[in-house]
Design a protein around this ligand. Structure first.
Ligand SMILES: NC(=O)c1ccc[n+]([C@@H]2O[C@H](COP(=O)([O-])OP(=O)(O)OC[C@H]3O[C@@H](n4cnc5c(N)ncnc54)[C@H](O)[C@@H]3O)[C@@H](O)[C@H]2O)c1
Length: 332
């Protein structure tokens, strides 16, 4: 009996694999290693396959059968917003097509539990900056739309053939459980700032005139180890007879502004982070913070890391990557 984790070699996936293994589960990874490397899940069975390749549904079905999978955690996806705007059809093939492959294989083999990686990007630019799962989902880019379609797909599979499913809408993920598992991508604020500092550049602040206390955008940051433990709890939830929830926001329910993140980076690294101010970017809401009430009530989940811990572990991981000679993955 095992849990199959698609995208398990990735930044978040490797943390989910680690959390499941420490909770005593056997784990099998399915990943094409397009944005990751196998070293992150050394010792864990890994099937290298592209979920969008012809015949992938049969290959995934074989993995589910052979590993006697009781559930799938589906993280495999592409996640760059700008790239999704430039290449929407490819994003739909990757994110929607990849999920269709997994659902097809799950249905064929009778594997009836699935946790889906969704995103706060489904909220777009909500009128109120504090959201919960009753807030209307209105994504403003193809990436966010592929995530919302993914939520609909797993819900439809639930109605059609009884799939037990839960979509987790991750807010801003940062940090590392151990230095070897840091975020290799320079796409989120914390790694973007570390990358700038490393290259002797000043961080860039996009907009300092938002209607927030310090004028910079406010987001909800969650430590990747806390996020991983939410997946373990989500799988337990899917084993319950009474289930009335289909989506959960996973954030701390606390907002941090860009300037507060910069101050945390300065405290942790000792490097000056005074930013260069640039104009606002289109599609950046002033504030996007979860209430995170439902995830606590439903899963009994309690995050244990604060912003300083996220930044400190991200910095440690950043230096580890640099010492290992690994190049960060910058936006393409
Ligand atoms: N990092 C964040 O802040 C964040 C926020 C919200 C949601 N998410 C979602 O979480 C999930 C994991 O994100 P991550 O940050 O770990 O990204 P990541 O790029 O590190 O991990 C994605 C993994 O999926 C694999 N993959 C991609 N396409 C594949 C395909 N066609 N077939 C097989 N494997 C494939 C990659 O090789 C990689 O290992 C994604 O679904 C992403 O959309 C991430």
């Amino acid at each position: 009996m095992s849990i199959v984790v698609t995208g398990g070699a990735g930044y978040i996936g490797a943390h989910v694999v680690r959390a499941l293994a420490s909770s005593g589960q056997d784990v099998v990874v399915v990943d094409d290693l397009s944005t990751s490397d196998a070293g992150r899940v050394a010792g864990v069975p890994l099937h290298r396959l592209d979920l969008t390749a012809p015949g992938a549904d049969e290959l995934v079905a074989d993995v589910l059968r052979e590993s006697r999978a009781t559930a799938v955690v589906h993280l495999a996806a592409k996640k760059q917003v700008g790239e999704s705007v430039a290449r929407p059809e490819w994003y739909y093939r990757q994110n929607v097509g990849g999920l269709a492959t997994v659902l097809e294989a799950a249905r064929r083999t009778g594997c009836d539990r699935l946790v889906f990686s969704s995103s706060a990007a489904v909220y777009g630019e909500p009128a109120s900056g504090v959201v919960d799962e009753t807030t209307v989902a209105a994504p403003i880019n193809p990436y966010g739309r592929t995530k919302l379609v993914g939520e609909w797909m797993v819900q439809d599979a639930g109605r059609a053939w009884g799939l037990r499913h839960l979509s987790l809408r991750y807010f801003n993920v940062a940090g590392a459980a151990v230095p070897e598992l840091g975020d290799p991508a320079v796409l989120n604020l914390v790694t973007l700032v570390l990358d700038h500092l490393e290259r002797g550049r000043r961080p860039v602040l996009f907009g300092d005139d938002y209607p927030t206390p310090d004028g910079s955008c406010v987001r909800d940051y969650v430590h990747v180890a806390d996020l991983a433990s939410a997946h373990v709890a989500a799988l337990d939830y899917l084993g319950r007879d009474a289930r009335d929830v289909e989506v959960l926001d996973v954030g701390l329910g606390r907002g941090s502004s860009v300037l507060e993140v910069l101050a945390a980076v300065e405290r942790v690294t000792g490097l000056p982070t005074a930013p260069e101010v640039a104009p606002r970017r289109p599609g950046d809401p002033a504030r996007l913070v979860a209430t995170a009430r439902r995830v606590r009530e439903t899963l009994g989940w309690e995050p244990t890391h604060d912003l300083t811990s996220m930044v400190a572990s991200a910095w440690e991981a950043w230096r580890h990557q640099r010492d290992a000679g690994l190049e960060p993955l910058r936006a393409g």
